[in-house]
Ligand binder design. Structure first.
Ligand code: UDP
Length: 334
């Protein structure tokens, strides 16, 4: 049998580009569809990966792509992911994250392509009622971002019933770190995530890191999150894709380490890794931030045979620092 061809929507983004490299290394033929609004052309580093610039809502383009290639499956990363912006501009999120994928799913249905890996999020759970979060925890998202993703989970479920679409909705916890070989990494503009901001503060690119809240009911008063290395996320997508292509059932599962790490602990590790002090200020809690979000990662292990290979945040911070302290300063040049 020849190489399987996979369509990766949003493959020029942060998590997508790391997954593209893994699939290419594993012998898949990869076609990336990305509108480059937040993705970077330069994040596609491998020869042989085809980059098509366009939108997942462009039916004509998708039809052409599905006519040209026999896709064994689709991995869908393309989405907006700024929680705060989703509150002020919800329609942008419902349009891009919820409505646009409908076209992609319709074209998949037209061509009989029935394996779909979807970037969902732990934000679909909302405020945790019990920790660690298991997949059967009630889903009551606080933000339009979380809702925009949860609606797609529902849609995927209905497509399974109606036409046998098999999907994996992967609920990411805190994606972090960069490629171990330093080739690609995280380059968001604007950047809102903790680890890159801590490192930007170390480098003097921002005056200081503001810790959002020190009065949470946690041991050191700062929020606890489950930081999962982006290369571990990539291996999880590969495992999910294989599961579906080999005839596995649809699944909704957490992708996390099961280990909770506080903001203060991240700062301490960053100081060890960089050998420098993180300039700090202490601010108010950020609206919508739960005190703790930690995954129960058991289902991914049981069903996909996947578990995180890196569970403490050190390797996330080390690889992020390698990327950010390189001559390009952690930026793709575009
Ligand atoms: N955080 C912080 N200062 C910042 C950015 C984030 O204290 O400048 C905290 C935030 O309150 C949360 C944790 O760091 O508890 C992780 O936030 P991030 O935005 O990276 O991811 P989220 O958990 O919101 O998806």
């Amino acid at each position: 049998m020849g190489r399987k061809t996979i369509l990766i929507a949003g493959g020029a983004g942060y998590i997508g580009s790391h997954t593209v490299r893994l699939l290419n290394a594993e012998g898949y033929k990869v076609v990336v569809l990305d509108n480059l609004v937040y993705g970077h052309r330069e994040a596609i580093v491998d020869e042989g990966v085809e980059l098509v610039i366009g939108a997942v809502g462009d039916r004509e383009l998708l039809t052409k792509l599905f006519e040209e290639h026999q896709f064994a499956g689709v991995i869908h990363f393309a989405a907006y992911a700024y929680v705060g912006e989703s509150v002020t501009d919800p329609l942008k999120y419902y349009r891009n994250n919820t409505a646009e994928p409908l076209t992609l799913l319709e074209v998949m249905s037209d061509f009989g392509c029935k394996s779909f890996v979807f970037s969902s999020t732990c934000a679909t759970y909302g405020e945790p009622q019990k920790l660690p979060l298991t997949e059967d925890h009630p889903q009551d998202p606080v933000s339009p971002y979380g809702k925009s993703k949860l609606m797609v989970e529902w849609i995927l479920d209905d497509c399974d019933t109606a036409w046998g679409l098999k999907s994996a909705a992967l609920r990411y916890f805190n994606a972090s770190g960069c490629a171990s070989d330093g080739m690609i990494g995280e380059d968001h503009d604007p950047e809102t995530h903790l680890i890159p901001l801590v490192l930007k503060a170390v480098k003097g690119e921002i005056p200081e890191l503001t810790v959002f809240g020190t009065d949470y009911p946690t041991p050191d008063g700062t929020c606890i999150r489950d930081y999962i290395h982006v290369e571990d996320l990539a291996t999880a997508h590969l495992a999910a894709l294989r599961h579906l292509i080999e005839g596995g059932d649809s699944i909704q599962c957490n992708l996390g380490t099961g280990v909770g790490i506080s903001v203060k602990e991240i700062i301490d590790i960053a100081e060890e890794v960089t050998g420098k002090k993180v300039p700090l200020s202490y601010g108010e809690r950020r609206a919508g931030d739960p005190a703790q979000l930690v995954a129960d990662p058991k289902m991914a292990k049981d069903v996909l045979g996947w578990e995180a290979s890196r569970k403490d945040a050190r390797s996330m911070i080390e690889t992020a620092w390698k990327w950010m302290s390189a001559s390009h300063g952690g930026r793709f040049s575009e």
